[in-house]
Structure formats: structure tokens, C-alpha cells
Design a protein around this ligand. Structure first.
Ligand code: PEP
Ligand code: MG
Length: 584
């Protein structure tokens, strides 16, 4: 059976299906709640507790030598055995409460008590309690534990949708591909799949119902085709695609280690976007630095907040890996599609328009303070630059800068080392700040354009919703028209301006953005070779002409056609084709 979707992370792969549905407590129903007799309800609770205990024991054994995880699991086991909590749950059940409510209400009471203290460690215990409570409630519902962190070899995950926290902790050694029904091209799950080099096809309608666990699946994440239990002719079609992909990969490698210099000698900086696992394995040699370190991935898919020491060690590790090269650390951008379990934030109707990024940091100042301390301390170990996400006004920027100054003062008093001249910058991803480019360029040390959100907010089209993918148009002339004065303002003030949204890793988009005057592009590692290939085979004069043409265009379609003409000629010029062609 052949199904079609959208190629989201290129690659060609084969494997066995694993249907995955993240567990959610919302809308859960518990058979135990309709039991009449108190003794039976108690028995159901006991069984759930025993099942939860067995899961923790199994996980501990799987963790083996990972001492950090084993300690957490041990702490959870002790919580499950806590006599006071256990007695309270039993008493509530015997007084007539439903088992699920007795568990949820009892744990919540203890969590509230803990949250009334200011101590960070105690707050972490609250996160542990929340975790134990939801494990117990899931076991009470008789639902199995689900995790993608340990998979059989050659697994193809088939899901309606994947959370970024699932993808961030995925077993990268054994995953073959990801296929989902939902998701947008700039969703964080897709961004992670790209940076982990996992082939991904999204928007495959109905696959979750059509596929079964264990089915053979061939994924062609170049054309967006997916074959379930393929027939012979489909196998041949897929093999052809596989061979073409591998051949193209070889020609790409030709550019990977080259410097990105245009044919008329302008050096373009090519940097990496890193998040979570990709940060630990990033190869520094072929790039000019890190243009976006998505620090929020330190908070996802885990039950405890990362403390100052953990963050410090992580940031320092990245700086040491990149030695003298600049690393732009973006302060946590939690919210939107990146929900951190360890924070248990209230649900919002429009999370992308809600308390996200810097807004959340202004609300949870303790959390922000810890991150700023860790980042500043790490700044003593390399060229660290700090960037704030979701800046909508000069007030946002000034407030964030002020908080950094306060932390600097604190570290000075404590005689802890940091770089007092650490550059501070912002992401340009909210249209209001793009329109204030002149003023922000005067105050900030640098900026980087987040085209994923900029496009979402400019076009009023949710980046996650395939139903409005048609309206989420990164190549719309409006995007380039908004960015033109931004590029001019930063050039006038002599301040660095980069692009770190997904457009920054798309050679056709980057060509036009180069023409607007932008000289720095940050992308996932697999995009580096293609970007350098484009840069090395074009002139700045041509890029300028492309930029003018796209700004003058009227529709996204027109822009795509214009850029396709340039791309065609660039393709003819590359040495592997052995030809030369003129664009102008
Ligand atoms: C962006 O919005 O373009 C960006 C780089 O940030 P994120 O994708 O993490 O929101
Ligand atoms: Mg963004």
C-alpha cells in the first residue's frame, strides 16, 4: 500500500512499524472508579501501586550504570511507598472517594505544600510527586508505559503527532524513520528530526489506522511516499529513490568542509542550530559556530528541572567543543509546542500566542535567574553570546538586559568568573520588533531572525497545523519585504544579523536573504553542504538581483518561480556537473 505525505526531513529508510500514541491523562476513564465496594476499590489501588513499582524496578534495571536516572527512579519508588501518602489515599477511598480522585487529590495536597516553599530542591520533589502520581493513575487505568528512548533496531515510528519531548529523547541509534499524520514543516519535532538526520514524512493522512505494529514500511522522505508491506513494483520504486539519494549525498559531501565564499569573494558564515542531543555530538570543524543553541531542550522530556550546575556543565561543554568559535545560546523558549512536563504549566488556548519564551521567563524569574547564572558562568570558557526569544518590544529587550546586568552584579560580588562583555542579542520573530528594527539595532549587540515564528505570526498561520499549511508561506513576498528594512538597519548600525529559522537552512531562501545583505545563516548539520554549495556557486550581485525580484513579486508562487530559476542555474554551475552558466 502506497501513501503520500510531505517530506519533512530528507532520507530514504526501511523498517518495522511501531505505532505510538503519547499517553495523556486528560480524558482518561478508570474502571476502578465505578466499583461499588470500598474493599474492591482498595484492591484496585493496591494493584496499580504494584504495577507502578514493577515498572520502576524494570526501568532501574534497564538504566544500569546511569547513576542519575537510577537515583531518580529510587526516589520515585520511595514516594510510592511513603506511608503518610499511602494512608491518606486509603482513607479517602474508604470514605467514599473514587480511587482516581483519591490518588490525584492526595498527591496534589502534598505537591501544594511543597510548592509553598522557596527552596529549589523541594520544588523538584514536587515534580517527582507529579510524576509518580501520573504513573499511578496510568497504572490504575491499566495503560502500559510508553517511551521512545529504547527501540528495537530499524523502527519506524508511526504516530498521529509526536511531541518534541518524545523526539528529543528518541533512541537515535535504532530509529529508521518517523511518519506522522499531523505536524508542520517548522514544528519542533520536525526540526529535531532534521538535526538528528532521521528521515521524516508528515501529513500522511490515515496512516495511524492503516498501519499495524510490525508492518514492514519503506519511507521515501525525499518524495514524501510511504509504502506499507510493499508490493514488488513498490519495492523497485523505493530502491531507485534510495540509490538517487545516496548519489546526491556523495556530491553534497564535496562542499561540506569548504568555506562558504561567493564567486565574487564574499565570505558567508555557516553556523549550526543545536538542541539537546545534537549539541553533544555536533562537529565543529566544518562550520563557523553555533547560531542557535535551543536551550529549552534541556528542560523537555524529564521530570526534574536542570539545576545551575547541570546547565553550566552543558553550556561549557558546547563552548569547549567549539573552542574559539561563537556560540549563541538562546535562553529557554518553553511554550508553544515545547511543553516541559517538569514545569506543569497551565494549558493555554493559544499557546503560541501565550506565555512563551521570554514572557514565561519574566513570570518564573527563579528559573530565568538560574539559567542566566549558568550561562554567564559558562561565558568564561569561550565566545558565548546570549539571545532572547519572543521579544515583542523594546521593553521586553530592556527588561531582559536588566536582569542579565543584575546577575552579573551578583556573580561579581561572589567573585565568580564570567565575561562582562558577553554580547546580548534578540531573536527577530515577532513582527512588532521587526518593525522597530532601527531602534533595536541601536541597542542590541546582534540579532538573529527566527523565520519559523516570524512567518507564523506574519501570515497568521499556525506552524503546527497541517490544515493551514497552505497559508504558512515562508516564501511570501511579505516575509522578504518585512526583512529588508531589518537587514538595512543592522547594516547601518554595523551590528551582526543572522537567520536561524528553517529558511536559514534553505539554499533558495538564503540566496534571496543574502541579497538583502544578510551574511550569516544557521541550520541543522545535514543542511550545511547544500548551503555551501549554493554560496560557492553564486555572486553577491546575483543574490542582490534575486532579493529585488522577490521583494517586487506579488505572490509566494512568483517568489518560488524566481528562486527556482536561480537554483537551476546554480545547479548547472557546480563542478560535479562540470558546466558553467550565467545568471545575469
Ligand atoms: C524560529 O522561530 O524561527 C526559531 C528559530 O525558533 P524556534 O523554531 O525554536 O521557535
Ligand atoms: Mg521561534
Amino acid at each position: 500500500m502506497k501513501l503520500s505525505g510531505i517530506s519533512a526531513s530528507p532520507g530514504v529508510a526501511m523498517g518495522r512499524v511501531l505505532l505510538y500514541e503519547p499517553y495523556s491523562i486528560t480524558n482518561e476513564t478508570w474502571a476502578a472508579d465505578s466499583l461499588e465496594c470500598g474493599e474492591e476499590k482498595l484492591h484496585a489501588y493496591e494493584q496499580a501501586k504494584a504495577a507502578a513499582m514493577a515498572e520502576l524496578k524494570n526501568s532501574s534495571e534497564r538504566c544500569g550504570i546511569n547513576e542519575g536516572n537510577t537515583a531518580i527512579l529510587e526516589a520515585h519508588r520511595l514516594l510510592l511507598e511513603d506511608v503518610a501518602i499511602d494512608e491518606d489515599i486509603r482513607a479517602a477511598i474508604m470514605s467514599g472517594q473514587k480511587p482516581s480522585e483519591a490518588i490525584a487529590a492526595t498527591y496534589q495536597r502534598y505537591i501544594d505544600l511543597l510548592l509553598h516553599t522557596d527552596d529549589g530542591l523541594t520544588q523538584e520533589r514536587a515534580a517527582d510527586m507529579r510524576d509518580v502520581c501520573s504513573r499511578l493513575l496510568r497504572c490504575l487505568a491499566g495503560k502500559p508505559e510508553k517511551s521512545l528512548s529504547s527501540l528495537p533496531n530499524h523502527t519506524v515510528i508511526v504516530a498521529k503527532e509526536l511531541n518534541p519531548s518524545d523526539t528529543a529523547t528518541i533512541d537515535r541509534e535504532h530509529i529508521a524513520a518517523i511518519v506522522t499524520e499531523e505536524g508542520g514543516l517548522t514544528s519542533h519535532t520536525v526540526i529535531l528530526a532534521r538535526s538528528y538526520n532521521i528521515p521524516a514524512v508528515i501529513g500522511v493522512t490515515g496512516i495511524f489506522t492503516l498501519a499495524t505494529d510490525g508492518d514492514e514500511l519503506l519511507a521515501d522522505a525525499v518524495t514524501g511516499q510511504v509504502y506499507i508491506n510493499p508490493a514488488q513494483a513498490e519495492r523497485v520504486e523505493w530502491s531507485r529513490s534510495m540509490e538517487q539519494f545516496q548519489a546526491a549525498q556523495q556530491s553534497r559531501n564535496h562542499y561540506y568542509r569548504k568555506d562558504a565564499v561567493t564567486m565574487d569573494g564574499v565570505r558567508i558564515l555557516v553556523e549550526l542550530n543545536l538542541s539537546g542531543g545534537s549539541a553533544q555530538q555536533a562537529e565543529a570543524g566544518a562550520v563557523d559556530g553555533v547560531g542557535l543553541l535551543r536551550s529549552e531542550f534541556l528542560y523537555l522530556g524529564r521530570h526534574r528541572l536542570p539545576d545551575e550546575e547541570e546547565q553550566f556543565a552543558f553550556y561549557r561543554g558546547v563552548l569547549e567543543r567549539f573552542t574559539e568559535k561563537p556560540v549563541i545560546l538562546r535562553t529557554m523558549d518553553i511554550g508553544g509546542d515545547k511543553q516541559a512536563e517538569c514545569l506543569s504549566l497551565p494549558k493555554e488556548d493559544n499557546p503560541f500566542l501565550g506565555k512563551r519564551g521570554l514572557r514565561l521567563c519574566f513570570d518564573k524569574t527563579d528559573l530565568f535567574h538560574t539559567q542566566l547564572r549558568a550561562a554567564l558562568r559558562a561565558s568564561a570558557y569561550g565566545d558565548l553570546r546570549l539571545m532572547f526569544p519572543m521579544v515583542g518590544s523594546l521593553d521586553d529587550w530592556r527588561k531582559a538586559r536588566q536582569l542579565v546586568c543584575e546577575v552579573m552584579e551578583e556573580l561579581r560580588m561572589q567573585k565568580l568568573a564570567f565575561n562582562p562583555a558577553m554580547p546580548l542579542g534578540i531573536m527577530i520573530e515577532i513582527p512588532s520588533i521587526a518593525l522597530m528594527a532601527e531602534e533595536i539595532a541601536a541597542e542590541a549587540d546582534f540579532a538573529s531572525i527566527g523565520t519559523n515564528d516570524l512567518c507564523q505570526y506574519l501570515m497568521a498561520a499556525d506552524r503546527m497545523n497541517p490544515g493551514v499549511a497552505l497559508y504558512h508561506q515562508p516564501f511570501h513576498p511579505a516575509v522578504f519585504r518585512v526583512l529588508r528594512p531589518v537587514a538595512q538597519a543592522f547594516a547601518r548600525h554595523g551590528k551582526p544579523l543572522g537567520v536561524c529559522g528553517e529558511m536559514g537552512g534553505d539554499p533558495a531562501a538564503a540566496l534571496a536573504l543574502m541579497g538583502l545583505g544578510i551574511r550569516c545563516f544557521s541550520m541543522c548539520a545535514p543542511a550545511v553542504a547544500d548551503m555551501k554549495r549554493m554560496v560557492c556557486n553564486v555572486t553577491i550581485k546575483e543574490a542582490g538581483a534575486a532579493a529585488e525580484a522577490v521583494c517586487a513579486a506579488r505572490t509566494e508562487d512568483e517568489v518560488k518561480k524566481i528562486l527556482a530559476q536561480y537554483t537551476d542555474v546554480i545547479n548547472l554551475r557546480t563542478p560535479e556537473r562540470g558546466k558553467h552558466a550565467a545568471l545575469l
